[in-house]
Structure formats: C-alpha cells, structure tokens
Ligand binder design. Structure first.
Ligand SMILES: [Zn+2]
Length: 260
C-alpha cells in the first residue's frame, strides 16, 4: 500500500484490489479525520492498520458500489463512527452483496452496513466539505467539495478523460449534467477513487465533458438517420472491449450509447 501526504492534513492511500489478471487500483483519502470511501472488501486486510492508526472520526461515501464501501461494515463495527451515504442508497447498503464472479474476484463481496443519512455538509476541525449531488456513474452518487482548499472528491465521476464502456448503473446524460454543474464550483484539484490526485482537475473534467458531448452529438446524428442503438454502437465502438466480455455486458459501450 502506497501512502502519500498530499497536504499536512490530507493523505491518499493507494493499493490494487483483486487477483491477477483482474487487478484494479483504488484510492482512499483521509482529510483531517474524515475518511472518503473505504475501498473494496478485498483490500481491507491491507488497509486495516491505516484505519486503526489514523484518527478517523467520520466516513463519507461517494456511492454504494462495492469498491467504495467494502470496509464500511468493519469500520462501523470497529471504529463506531458515523458512516454517511446518500439517503436513497441506505436500504441497498444494509444488505450484503452477491456479486457476479468477476466482481467478486476483483473487489470481493461487501457485508451489509447501517449507513447514516448524508448531511448537506460535513465539518472537520479544519475543513468544511459541501455534499454535491453528482449522479451519472450511479444515480445516488455525490461529490465532496472543500471550497477554501479548492478540493473536489469525485468518487467515480471522473476516472479518465475518455470512456468506452459504461457500467449498467451509469447514465451518461446525467453525468454530463453533473459535470456541467460541478464546473461552476471553485476547485482545481480532483481526487478520484481510481486514478488518484489530479492537480489540473478542472481542465480534465472539462475534457471529459467535451468527450461526452461530442459522443452525444454523434449518437443524435445517427439516430436522425434512423439507426437503432445497436447499430449506432457498432458504428461508434467497433472494437469489442475486454471488460464487456468478462462482465457479460454489465460494462458495455451500448450502455454509453443508450444513456448519452
Ligand atoms: Zn462505482
């Protein structure tokens, strides 16, 4: 596990989750006692020491997916701290997951946990994090904005500039609207759950927005020509994506086309 001090009161912890060849990177962040996302259940054995050592007094979750909430049950039971999650995801969080095999191998099933309703903002001794609704990657996804520091914790809203497959929960049109809204906020640095710290975060989010908007235009043009989603998908994404095959379509470019 790689631990990096970003600022005197902010650390980023990075590790990989899964077994070869299905290994993916995860970041968790601890800002002045606030833990943002927990990573997967599969990495808990690596993160436990850090979770015990840092004086964590609150956990805030960007969304309910298992790679962000995998240690929430352990944290609730052992650290006995508030675990904030979007109100609309609390019921889902209370039940453990029964994941398809590929997700079980990469992230591991997460136990159910009793989440607390997300407040409008979270205050630590030094910082104030405004909770920003940011649906797109998931309908109940939120981001955390620390205005005075210019920080934005984006969960899975950014990940990368380009995206060729979308998860079954994703809605690209919602993501477009969320990014547009977020670009009105004051921030420079974004903290992503998978691709880490981006100092030029505003520019990167803008570039992701441009990519989505361009794709939206292309899909609309082809729709006007009378093409259905499947045909549009074949034209715009002719190459089969490996994740699409492994996940049996849970991740697909078709979902990008349908929801953009
Ligand atoms: Zn996610």
């Amino acid at each position: 596990m790689k631990i990096e001090t970003i600022d005197c009161n902010l650390i980023a912890a990075y590790t990989k989750s899964g077994i070869f060849p299905y290994k993916l990177g995860i970041y968790l962040y601890i800002a002045d006692g606030l833990l943002i996302d927990t990573g997967s259940a599969a990495i808990l054995k690596k993160t436990k020491f850090l979770l015990k050592k840092e004086n964590i007094n609150c956990l805030a979750l960007t969304h309910v997916h298992e790679d962000h909430t995998g240690a929430a049950a352990w944290i609730k039971e052992n650290l006995k701290i508030p675990v904030y999650l979007n109100n609309n995801s609390i019921t889902e969080a209370s039940m453990g997951t029964k994941l398809p095999l590929y997700r079980k191998l990469v992230w591991g099933d997460r136990e159910g946990f009793a989440a607390d309703p997300m407040p409008a903002f979270i205050e630590t001794e030094k910082y104030k994090f405004d909770v920003i609704d940011a649906p797109g990657h998931h309908k109940d996804h939120v981001a955390f904005h620390e205005k005075s520091m210019g920080w934005l914790f984006t969960g899975d809203l950014y990940v990368s500039r380009r995206q060729v497959v979308a998860f079954k929960d994703e809605n690209i049109n919602d993501a477009i609207n969320s990014i547009k809204k977020i670009l009105n906020l004051d921030f420079d640095t974004i903290f992503c759950g998978h691709s880490g710290v981006h100092k030029n975060g505003r520019e990167k989010l803008k570039s992701k927005l441009d990519y989505f908007v361009k794709l939206q235009g292309e899909v609309r043009e082809l729709e006007k020509e009378g093409l259905g989603y499947k045909e549009i998908n074949r034209r715009l994404f002719p190459k089969k994506n490996l994740w699409s095959i492994i996940s049996r379509g849970e991740w697909s470019s078709l979902n990008m086309v349908k929801t953009v």
